[in-house]
Write a protein that binds this ligand. Structure first.
Ligand code: IMP
Ligand code: MG
Length: 180
């Protein structure tokens, strides 16, 4: 599929993201203050930049693991069916776990992943999403912490892609098509 031409307009600057992550890290430290080791689970691929910045801001002993769930193909449409493409390396039974997601959009991915991980009987399971689009919600789910609530725009950057483009932008921007 050939990509329609578009530009990316900055929506949230790198500086604003960094400041928000500092605040979120303090809240997460409080929530997990008594924990020996926190298992931080990044949902691939969109959360890879966020998880890297978040764990470096956390004054906690952390273990990092990854899970990949399918959601979008090379299009801006969400599929309702969520499949696990790559499972965790480690077990989480009895462990304290923080799931790190880039965006909660319809909510199907987060709901499915939390259900799957909960079935493994963690001691405590919490979730954080950098971005939330509440107006798009279909599944009844909400991250315990959210970086920013955003309107129904297709965003890229800071790990988030549009058909595997723009993940390396240091800020969050919205896609604007330049032809119609
Ligand atoms: P959900 O299952 O509809 O909540 O979709 C969640 C996943 O869709 C996120 O983890 C993203 O990977 C992807 N997604 C949702 N909105 C956007 C967007 O605006 N840009 C890029 N990816 C998105
Ligand atoms: Mg994702």
């Amino acid at each position: 599929m050939t990509q329609r031409p578009y530009v990316v307009d900055q929506m949230i600057s790198a500086k604003t993201i960094a400041a928000r992550i500092e605040d979120l890290a303090r809240e997460i430290e409080t929530e997990f203050a008594s924990v020996d080791k926190l298992v931080v689970v990044g949902l691939l691929r969109g959360s890879f930049v966020f998880i890297a910045d978040l764990v470096r801001e956390l004054n906690l002993d952390v273990e990092v693991d990854f899970l990949e769930a399918s959601s979008y193909g090379n299009a801006t449409e969400s599929s309702r069916e969520v499949r696990i493409l790559k499972d965790l390396r480690g077990g989480i039974e009895g462990r304290d776990v923080l799931v790190v997601e880039d965006i909660v959009d319809t909510g199907h991915t987060m709901k499915h992943v939390l259900g799957l991980l909960n079935a493994r009987k963690p001691h405590k399971l919490r979730s954080i999403a950098l971005l939330d689009k509440p107006s798009r919600r279909e599944a009844d789910v909400r991250a315990d912490w959210t970086g920013f609530e955003i309107p129904d725009e297709f965003v890229v950057g800071y790990g988030i892609d549009f058909a595997q483009h723009n993940r390396n932008l240091p800020f969050i921007g919205k896609v604007r098509f330049t032809e119609d």
